[in-house]
Write a protein that binds this ligand. Sequence first.
Ligand code: HEC
Length: 98
Amino acid sequence: MLQKSILVTLFVLFSNLADAAQPVRDATRGELLYSTHCIACHSAQVHWRNKRLATDWISLRTEVYRWQKFSGLGWGDDDVAAVARYLNALHYHYPVPD
Ligand code: HEC
């Protein structure tokens, strides 16, 4: 009983924290998804080589979409955008349209 209410309290606490951190949440989610599903087969090098495939925001999103599909992850638009934003912030720095 006590354990259950502690769990509930923790849950409420953490969901409030997550709400407060809304703008950061996207990047964090993108980072989490990328480091879980993608990083295994490429080093950061693939994102800053000269002949990169992602040459702007649209092609970056397209690459992320292509790779999650290749890995059979079934990501929705939100997940694809979150990972693309994460990679963009980290490596590409392309302008992102609204
Ligand atoms: C099976 C191994 C593998 C997995 C898994 C993988 N990638 Fe890749 N990725 C590659 C290789 C190899 C390339 C280079 C492809 C080329 O040059 O045609 C690449 C290229 C890319 C590029 C383009 C880099 C550039 O600018 O040229 C992006 C973006 C990318 N991957 C994102 C992802 C994401 C997001 C995931 C997870 C959903 C992922 N990849 C999972 C192997 C992988």
